[in-house]
Design a protein around this ligand. Sequence first.
Ligand code: TXA
Ligand code: MG
Length: 342
Amino acid sequence: MSQIYKPTPANIKLAAELLQSGELIAFPTETVYGLGGDATNEVAVKRIFEAKGRPSYDPLIVHIAEPEMVQHFADLSNKEVKDRYNKIKDFWPGPISVVLPLRTEITDGIAPSVTANLQTVAFRIPSHPVALQLLKNLTIPIAAPSANQFSYVSPTTPEHVLDSLGDKVSFILDGGACSVGLESTVISLAAAIPTILRPGVVTKEELEAKLGEVLIGYNDRIPTRSNLNLNPLPSPGMLDKHYSPKTPMALIENFNSENIPPRTGMISFSTQKKFANFEFTEIQQIGYGDDLNKVATRLYQAIRQMDKLDLDLILIDSCQESGIGSAIMDRISRAASKGSQS
Ligand code: TXA
Ligand code: MG
């Protein structure tokens, strides 16, 4: 049975001991809750994939408290990679993951399943105080995907973790509601030009201010699942249908007002009210377009709540795809995607 534990020093210590002995636990970060396991322990890492029902081609992010661990596990021998990495470090602790070349000659390295056998590895130092305390109690790095069933909406409260993985993880460390609410920005520094593999609240604009030219790599949609076995993806989080509720979801701007099904919910973050005469079964106002941070924080919570109401359809607003709006629209379009992945 799964239980939520208050983040007392004793419970954080217990969580650290469980991780250190190869067990899995769920813990808070400022982005979303993670399902953590020892990143150097292949057995523990395999259990993460199993618990989530996550395909083995989708690599995990490694969570650490101090940048020194990066130097041990990643290959920073290329001067350009190292220079860029040193600039990106300024965003840590914070919601950004950095993909670097893997150091292969060490024997106590990252377990092969973490990286899906790629020659690169993603690192992140989260800023949530509970996550930092937990990681500081450890001598090992922690592999942690979002603590949800594969392809469902990421959890932003401990209760979401209980809902999603209640029978799979016995220990959930409580850090309250996540302040960011969307998964970290993923940037690859292993590419010739730094490339954003997943947009997040650390924006392209902020990254360019540090690094110069930055490419976007997340719009290359992958058409079928069968391709994936042949070609490891640059970042499999780019799968079309991801972060999806069970209920069909659509952008209100694309929707035809004449055939809205009777049980429709509306997630709104615009001041414009569309379909004024239609009585939505549920309306959630998650902020306004001029405060996209708030929209990001509340988005997954709103989608999860709507998804419990047995609706025929969830409609949602949209915003401009710049700044944080890029990450918000990326997640919304994936949640609303009718991709073939189940
Ligand atoms: O905010 C976050 O990043 C959260 C919290 C728990 O830290 N974690 C998270 O993990 O979102 P997950 O597993 O749901 O997403 C990890 C993403 C995937 O898109 C994966 O493909 C990418 O990171 N990734 C990990 N390692 C990679 C690598 N070596 N090369 C390219 N992409 C990688
Ligand atoms: Mg995820």
